[in-house]
Design a protein around this ligand. Structure first.
Ligand code: ADP
Ligand code: 5GP
Length: 207
């Protein structure tokens, strides 16, 4: 057939490099919930478990929700270049393991990241077209505050910080490729699934 690399069957036979699906948005928008549901519904996805210096909440599991580390451990990892991106969010440090992301994408798996807007910008810069950035938001600000309150995981002080920080985070939606409105959860997850499936079918990724 074609000798100029324009044969679609030859292109499809090549091993695929995975993509990064970056979910960002203010605290309470539904990133954790949507990522969990996507993991159940879509094949070929792995979730990137971040490192954080934030204290563990009730019900959270080490290695599943986060790798909980001390400030010193985080600093050592950072110095060793272990993070693909890192940021201070709501007064604590968070970082994404570079080794995990690179290993999984090399194996053809897509990686879900639940990270803040600063981290999303760093991933975009580093991974370019291999990263699809998605901004999740509630239908209104009032709904966001109500969901955060109802989640009941944060002390009044932490809640106040998260609501205060939401404003600056919301202003950065313009940096993202996609947006998702998390009103009805099932619709939101279906839309997220649509983004993933469409991103997997880009011709530009196989030429
Ligand atoms: P984030 O990870 O962005 O901080 P969560 O996934 O923890 O947000 O969601 C915040 C709260 O809102 C949780 O208690 C979650 O169960 C709830 N929630 C998420 N999506 C919806 C939805 N579509 N409708 C109602 N409640 C929701
Ligand atoms: P939480 O403490 O509620 O789990 O997360 C607080 C914020 O930190 C959320 O916006 C979440 O997306 C973000 N976050 C979690 N992991 C990382 C990470 O590895 N890097 C960055 N930049 N943000 C993260």
């Amino acid at each position: 057939m074609d000798e100029n690399g324009l044969d679609i069957f030859a292109a499809l036979a090549k091993p695929r490099t995975g993509k990064l699906f970056v979910f960002s948005g203010p605290s309470g928008a539904g990133k954790t919930t949507v990522c969990r549901m996507l993991m159940e519904r879509v094949d070929g996805l792995v979730f990137s478990v971040s490192h954080t210096t934030r204290p563990k909440r009730d019900g959270e599991t080490e290695g599943e929700d986060y790798f909980f580390v001390s400030d010193e451990e985080f600093e050592n990892l950072s110095r060793d270049g272990a993070f693909a991106e890192q940021a201070v969010v709501h007064n604590h440090r968070y970082g994404t393991s570079r080794a995990f992301v690179d290993e999984k994408t090399s194996a053809g798996l897509d990686v879900l990241l639940d990270i803040d807007v600063q981290g999303a910008a760093q991933i975009s810069e580093a991974y370019r077209d291999r990263a699809a950035t998605i901004f999740i938001i509630t239908p209104t600000l009032d709904v966001l505050v109500e969901r955060l309150r109802r989640r009941g995981t944060d002390s009044p002080e932490v809640l106040a910080t998260r609501i205060k920080n939401a404003e600056a985070e919301l202003a950065r939606y313009v940096e993202f490729k996609y947006y998702l409105i998390n009103d009805d959860l099932d619709t939101c997850v279906r839309d997220a699934e649509g983004i993933i499936r469409a991103e997997r079918l880009l011709v530009s990724d196989i030429i």
